[in-house]
Design a protein around this ligand. Structure first.
Ligand SMILES: NC(=O)c1ccc[n+]([C@@H]2O[C@H](COP(=O)([O-])OP(=O)(O)OC[C@H]3O[C@@H](n4cnc5c(N)ncnc54)[C@H](O)[C@@H]3O)[C@@H](O)[C@H]2O)c1
Length: 311
């Protein structure tokens, strides 16, 4: 395996700090880059807090946080940050106008062997590859939030990403304990977000049609399909019964499922009113800082428990 020891993470926000944390925990040398020292300081504080929480929950040993943090160096100067990088993971703000110039710079500053991996949720890797002279070494590595508690990384190859780059990144992620899955073709939303979007189309339709409230839909999901999916996927579960039975259910249901291609008004109106969820204190639910934190803690604790069930 070619050297993939030195990792640089560009963007130390919500995703970048957690991505850096995991590579450092696995013993990689990590350089974390962002626009200023203040953001980088906050990122280190967040990493420390993540380790404290994981230690409290018995997910890691008390000294693991300090050991990992000793592997992370912060650097605001891009040239310095990437000079020794084998792999650059880009987790900066989701805006192509600032991502593309960065890829041009990275291409000029990085060693010829350096792989450029993007954590973008919405831009396919060939968009970023077009700003470089190394499209064979540009790939998507799409993590989920919080990256240190959600195992999946979608590894998205463009038509120009080489087999060597794909294998190196897949093996690297596997080695540090992630669950990588290769997305063989660039499609918007990759895999998981396409599944989520299909679910969103249907739940918005059910609310708009007055079939159920958002609250009841959350109860249904948490107490039915959500109970099974952490341990068995939809194909596995269905094969425990019968594909024939699934065929007849889908024959009956498909004609009545939501199929609109515009976002429905029930969501547009909320957004226009500024009811965005926790950031504004109101969405389909009312939120206080306490109820927000309580849900975040509940999710983190459950994710840690679920992690122990994995094979
Ligand atoms: N938030 C999620 O749940 C999630 C999930 C998967 C993937 N992503 C993707 O991860 C990326 C980052 O998202 P986030 O939620 O962490 O955003 P964020 O806003 O929390 O962090 C982005 C960071 O990038 C920094 N940045 C901006 N321009 C930069 C530059 N030129 N050089 C260095 N740093 C720069 C910002 O200062 C900020 O700290 C996006 O591409 C997003 O699509 C986000």
């Amino acid at each position: 395996m070619k050297n993939t020891q030195n990792i640089t993470v560009i963007g130390a926000g919500l995703m970048g700090h957690g991505i850096a944390q995991e590579f450092a925990q696995a013993g990689h040398q990590v350089i974390l880059n962002d626009l200023n020292d203040e953001v980088l300081k906050t990122a280190l504080t967040r990493i420390r807090a993540n380790f404290e929480m994981m230690t409290k929950e018995g997910m890691c040993k008390p000294d693991q946080g300090d050991l990992a943090l000793a592997h992370i160096h912060t650097e605001t100067d891009l040239a310095e940050a990437v000079s020794g990088a084998d792999v650059v993971i880009e987790a900066m703000t989701e805006n192509l106008d600032i991502k593309l110039p960065l890829y041009e710079k990275l291409d000029a500053l990085c060693a010829p062997h350096t792989i450029l991996a993007s954590n973008s949720s919405s831009y396919i890797p060939s968009k970023m590859a077009a700003a470089t002279q190394r499209p064979d070494k540009v790939i998507g590595t799409h993590y989920f939030n919080p990256p240190f508690l959600i195992p999946l990384v979608e590894v998205i190859r463009s038509a120009q990403t080489s087999d060597e780059t794909t294998t190196l990144i897949f093996d690297l992620l596997k080695k540090i304990g992630k669950t990588p899955v290769i997305v063989e073709k660039e499609v918007p939303g990759f895999i998981a977000n396409r599944i989520q979007a299909a679910v969103w189309r249907e739940i918005l339709y059910l609310v708009e049609e007055g079939v159920a409230t958002p609250q009841d839909i959350d109860v249904v999901v948490k107490n039915s399909i959500g109970r099974r999916w952490p341990v068995a996927g939809p194909f596995e579960i269905t094969e425990l019964t019968s594909l024939k039975q699934k065929q007849s259910i889908l024959k009956e249901l498909f004609p009545s499922l939501a199929s609109f291609s515009e976002v429905p008004n029930i969501l547009n109106e909320k957004v226009e009113r500024g009811d965005l969820g926790v950031t504004t204190g109101k969405g389909f639910y009312d939120w206080t800082p306490e109820s927000t934190q309580a849900l975040k803690d509940k999710i983190a604790k459950a994710l840690i428990k679920i992690d122990r069930w994995s094979e």
